[in-house]
Design a binder for this molecule. Structure first.
Ligand code: IPE
Ligand code: IPE
Ligand code: MG
Length: 231
């Protein structure tokens, strides 16, 4: 990859698992399985390139309304991911942080999530945020209610700290695969000045080279943050 300006924080909307599987005449669950494998590959590559923070949208609050069979398959994947694949996660050498309301998950998965967060809490190569049962509007409403219950007015800084991503810098680059041009309730507040990149590739087929292309594209952009361009 040529010399480039690297984003500190990349967030992925990993969309397209179901369509990818359907095109191969396979069940949606197979797409999710391959999607998880690709998540390891792409996140590892991002950290290898020097990205410090990666956030992945694994399950939205709205996704829980999908047919029970699919939700159960997703839960099973989380079970494997946070349980059996634990070592593989730890090999990445990054701290794992789960964002979202995990209390809806089966108790054994909640436990293994907490264990993984605990066991990786000392790792400093980077930070991987995994969003599970995450919804940005719900997150914002919870933060507003917290502020109300403290009886305090908020400013940008104190409000940010009440969000589930409190303390984590906003994403510089948000990459959505699967061809849809929307945020689907992901990091609405945090994305105020994020650069957006949309790929027509389905998530399981999004490659290391595709990631590099997205970063190269980001690198060539001029982030003005509402200001005038520097000469
Ligand atoms: C994204 O893939 C993964 C989850 C939402 C869990 P989809 O399951 O949305 O795949 P498509 O968009 O139907 O192809
Ligand atoms: C967004 O994908 C959520 C995740 C990738 C986890 P969806 O497939 O749920 O989004 P919509 O329904 O196309 O907006
Ligand atoms: Mg989708």
């Amino acid at each position: 990859m040529k010399r480039i300006k690297l984003p500190v924080h990349i967030a992925f909307i990993m969309d397209g698992n179901g369509r990818w599987a359907k095109r191969r005449f396979r069940p949606r669950g197979y797409g999710h399985k391959m999607g998880v494998q690709n998540m390891f590959k792409i996140c590892s590559h991002a950290f290898d390139l020097g990205v410090r923070i990666v956030t992945v949208y694994a399950l939205s609050t709205e996704n829980l309304s999908r047919p029970k069979e699919e939700v159960d398959e997703l839960f099973d994947l989380f079970r494997t991911f946070f349980g059996k694949k634990k070592d593989k996660m730890q090999e990445m050498g990054v701290k794992i942080n789960v964002v979202g309301d995990i209390t809806v998950l089966p108790p054994d998965i909640q436990e293994s999530i907490l264990e993984m967060m605990d066991e990786t809490s000392h790792l400093v190569r980077g930070l991987l945020n995994i969003c599970i049962n995450y919804g940005s509007r719900q997150e914002i409403i919870r933060a507003v209610n917290a502020a109300v219950s403290y009886g305090r007015f908020v400013d940008e800084q104190s409000f940010s700290s009440l969000l589930e991503t409190g303390g984590i810098p906003d994403p510089d680059l948000i990459i959505r695969t699967g061809g849809e041009l929307r945020l689907s309730n992901f990091l609405l507040y945090q994305a105020a000045y994020s650069e957006l990149y949309f790929s027509g590739k389905m998530w399981p087929e999004f490659s290391k080279r595709d990631l590099e292309k997205a970063i190269e594209n980001y690198s060539a952009r001029d982030r003005r943050f509402g200001n005038v361009q520097e000469e």
